[in-house]
Design a protein around this ligand. Structure first.
Ligand code: SF4
Length: 367
């Protein structure tokens, strides 16, 4: 894996900067402002995407702010710009989902991913703008999805891995009815400056416990565990070199105003005296394909690629991780060419160690 691919497998679109919640760990800088994406931005992205869709599977991920805060009419106008065959996804806090939104998702073939951190007591950081718990509204939204028979994924943030939590969360999400689950250990990112340094053994034990919970009832696709098992299987087959893509997916994030930030959606909307606003161009001025073709020339991107090469030559986990995420480097280290971050320790190194710890503790030796 070297350099950045010219064609992404998906784009992230910000239909509005606004979010109706004010979660304590949120990284977004402008979530109180309703800056909406003009349809012309979606049309410019769609023009680039059309030939990519013809080559195979391609997704558009609507991600805010809270994308549903853009309203159905506006989101429909943005979606309408894209050709048939694009898979639309929405990452939502679920609080606005009702029967009308469910009909919208069904009509537009939108796949829903819900952000919820587990049972009510685990959602203390997810609050409204008035500081009130958002949990009841979240579960009302999820209930609407279930009533309409719409499949959904779930994404949970884990702020402090403690014994018993992994089992509690897995059982909760089994009951919730999601078919895919991703668990993120909270990240120090954007305007969230809370520390994400944890005791190594506690994080490893969290992941090991999660594997054990999943193995008892493997009815949910558990993103992190499936990645790890795929990697372990490839190592056993001597094929781990084939797992990483040949080049990094540029994952362009299209800001509400058409600005393009590659590699890390979390950098969109920020600026730095050294790196500027992190954008590689604007789709209203330059075709997206052209922006991506030149993205490796953006100063901070070149520095990040240097960091990826440093990871490759120094880290035994590189084959699993591929060199981490740009935003974690920047927000933890203030630059892009470092290697280990707290994020990669929590979510790559200790994840893999946890899966292996579970295997060591639960598998009988071969006879
Ligand atoms: S685990 Fe950390 S140090 Fe290792 S390759 Fe990934 S980002 Fe780099």
């Amino acid at each position: 894996m070297r350099g950045i691919a010219a064609v992404p497998s998906y784009v992230v679109m910000q239909p509005t900067t606004l979010c109706n919640l004010d979660c304590a760990y949120c990284y977004l800088p402008h979530r109180a402002a309703d800056r909406r994406m003009p349809v012309a931005v979606a049309e410019a992205v769609a023009a680039a995407v059309t030939p990519w869709v013809a080559r195979g599977r391609f997704s558009v991920v609507w991600h805010g702010g809270e994308p549903l805060a853009a309203g159905r009419e506006h989101l429909a106008a943005l979606i309408a710009a894209f050709p048939a065959g694009v898979e639309h996804h929405v990452q939502t806090n679920a609080t606005l989902i009702d029967d009308a939104w469910c009909a919208f998702f069904a009509a537009h073939g939108v796949r829903v991913s819900v952000s919820v951190d587990g049972p009510a007591a685990r959602n203390g950081d997810r609050v409204t703008r008035a500081g009130r718990p958002a949990y009841d509204r979240i579960v009302r939204g999820v209930a609407a999805l279930r009533r309409h028979g719409l499949p959904f994924s779930a994404l949970a943030v884990v702020s402090r891995p403690t014994p018993g939590l992994a089992t509690e969360l897995y059982d909760y999400f089994l009951d919730l009815g999601c078919d895919v689950l991703g668990l993120n250990i909270e990240e120090t990112e954007g305007v969230n400056t809370r520390s994400n340094a944890h005791d190594a053994a506690a994080v490893t034990a969290f992941w090991a416990e999660l594997v054990a919970a999943w193995r008892r009832a493997p009815r949910v696709h558990l993103r992190e565990v499936e990645w790890s098992l795929r990697y372990a299987a490839a190592v056993l087959d001597g094929a781990e070199g084939d797992l990483l893509p040949r080049q990094l997916d540029p994952i362009p994030t299209i800001g509400y105003d058409g600005s393009v930030t590659v590699l890390s959606p979390e950098l969109a909307g920020f600026s730095d005296a050294r790196y500027g606003d992190f954008s590689s161009g604007n789709v209203l001025a330059t075709p997206l394909a052209e922006i991506l073709a030149g993205a490796a020339g953006t100063d901070w991107v070149g520095e990040f690629l240097t960091g990826v090469e440093a990871c490759r030559s120094s880290c035994p986990y590189f084959g699993f991780c591929g060199g981490g995420h740009a935003a974690n480097r920047y927000f933890e280290q203030g630059r892009f060419d470092g290697t280990e971050t707290e994020h990669c320790r929590n979510s790559k190194i200790r994840l893999l160690e946890g899966v292996l710890e579970h295997a060591r503790d639960h598998e009988s030796p071969a006879r």
